[in-house]
Design a protein around this ligand. Sequence first.
Ligand SMILES: N[C@@H](CCC[C@H](N)C(=O)O)C(=O)O
Length: 277
Amino acid sequence: MLLHFTKMHGLGNDFMVIDLITQRARLRDEQIRKLADRRFGIGFDQLLVVEPPRSPDMDFRYRIFNADGSEVENCGNGARCFARFVRDQRLTHKREIHVETAGGPLTLVVNDDDQVTVDMGTPRFEPAALPFDATEDRPLHALEVDGERYEIGAVSMGNPHAVLRVDDVDTAPVERLGPLIERHPRFPRRVNAGFMQVVSPHEIRLRVFERGTGETLACGTGACAAVASGIRQGLLESPVTVHLRGGDLRIEWSGDEAPLLMTGPAERVFEGRIALA
Ligand SMILES: N[C@@H](CCC[C@H](N)C(=O)O)C(=O)O
């Protein structure tokens, strides 16, 4: 069968987006891995799937699959693309869109300038929320990686994040430490590994080695987690501009149970049809 798809990106974190409201398909893990392949497939960091909601209060169900085929709880850059996609495809005319994800509900607002603001919910730090094997909920946890001890912030934005502060993201050992942190035994469901350089209380630079994908040009939930961890440690103050390799995000969070807001762009690249093997 021929499946219609749209290729999109949020700051270079790229997606294949498919509408499973007007089309029918069931994608197996190995098909997702093949489609994600940049030589043998379409190439993407994540697959985003639009489905009808299961709850009457919601507009859509938003499902996310990493390039390795694993289904995950949340994707921030994807959420902005999802909002643009459902409007461009005329699946909704709303500017405020409520979606259910495996990590909980999200509210997406398409602004007049076409930037999208996502209410990402409240960051969670308790280790069980990630999950992370630690007895106490603290701003920093010691983590031994490859015989060295590092201090990491552990944050759930629906999906799990470890945030490591570095002096300079350009020279940070992202390729070496990223995969080791991602599969560290204290993170039983693996983890996204963020490397954060604090530039000022309102500005950070960030690289993220994503679970199930590898380093991407930007990670929305990674940006939210890094800012939440930085604010909790007293290093940052809202609002914070996050400079990622693919561009900038604005993150606002007033702390405690307040929702964290992420604002940034969402771009359509091309559309196509592909035969599913
Ligand atoms: N690129 C994303 C996060 C995608 C999911 C992540 N790799 C995970 O496994 O949790 C973003 O923009 O947030």
